[in-house]
Design a protein around this ligand. Sequence first.
Ligand SMILES: [Zn+2]
Length: 509
Amino acid sequence: MSKASPRIAILGIHHEGSRFAPPLTEADTREWGRLDGEALMADANSDRPRSMGGLWGFVRAMDVTGPWMPVPITYLDCGAAGAIEHGWYVRVREHMRRALTAALPVDGVYFPQHGASITTEELDPDGELFQMARDIVGPDVPIVATLDLHANVSDRMVQATDLLVAYRTNPHTDQSARGREAAVAMRELLAGLKTEHHFIRLPLMAPQVSQLTAAGPYAEIIAYGQTKVDETVMNVSILGGFTYGDTPDQGMAFIVTTRGDGARARDVCKELAGRVWAYRERFLPKLTSLDDCVRLAVEAGRDRSRKPICIADVADNPGGGARGNTTWLLEALHASGAEGVVLGVFTDPPLAAEAHRLGMGASFDAFFNRAETEPRSRPFTAKATVVGLSDGVFAGAVDGSAAGTMVDLGPTAALQVGNVTVVVITRRQQCIDPGYLEHVGVPVATARTVVVKSRGHFRAGFLRYFQPDQVIEADVPGLTSPRLENFDFRSVPRPIYPLDQDAEWTPPN
Ligand SMILES: [Zn+2]
């Protein structure tokens, strides 16, 4: 039954939690991580929202598809980091419970979620929040969520909701489009539609580097899945999952949602999962050793007729909960003397502050990681000159994953360390587009080797300079290494491929 101006509650936690990274405290995201009530709507309606695109895409599409009454509750953005400190999560959850209960009656609920959250005690907070909302609003009020395709989907997440809409691009460039899709679906649900869905989770833990959507095995199944969408099949979501969550819900997830046709949902879902299982070995990563990375960088510097190269430090991706400050590539490239090397972004607040204090042109002994306690990051010292300074605030490139948002790296410095130009930042994040380096005066267009601390989201923005055949993925230590055998998994369901080569799966009847 459709109401003239439906009341839609908005609440959620956007968090990709790594069990291998240090826990996340309330203080870690106090500055810009939480939006309550009207502040949530003000951000969603602003020219450059800080919230993820799912949220503002949903809000703007609801605005143009008819009257509605937003009931903003709380949106907590934790980014990608360690597990949320459980006591803090419980305080946020209980606030949400009270606020949603007090807001009743509502006609719908929207979650701008990521779907791979963990706390220091709960391995499925996403499912817990969805179920909590279901218990509060009852069985007949639609609940819709957008999910990152790196979500680890639990049975509870699927059962408690009417529709889950996952991103279909990696690098993620369709967050706001999926928010809009969720809003359009919400209108159908408000008009009385009942969905039927089918969910399959494969015993396949695809390394993060093999989940790209431009080409490769994941791209093929995402594209094929979309050919199944029609008047009956409302949404096909295929989620690669987030490896470092280490939860019982790990595994590539297939969710097919139909307009009331359960058999069709099951058939399509089974076909998609079976296709991927048949070519699962294509998800194994192809990494380049540190020695080979250095050799290629030296050659690129020496021979200007060659194409420049981009080395992705995939093991140190802050977008996956790593620290963004390991020194394996920095130290080796510095020692090699390779010419024209640019490296960034390197998270080191004390070093960035020191460079700002010393000023442009100053030369000093740069001590990287003086305050870091994570052993995989390692300290490094070298003579450095300050060649660029900025406040770290700039607009994300229109062709990259930060499009439409304001980037804030905090005080930022470019340091010349031998032949390597290093961009040092204050607020930990991955290097998403060339602006992260260029905004502080570091040329990317003329560099011979560019090292990015990112697993894959740089690929959209850096496509201007680097085609896929110029990008190599380095095999160095780090909290987001694709070498899954190096991690001490505790909660992942076993057997699971490729950790267990003999893992088996047969389609359910
Ligand atoms: Zn993601």
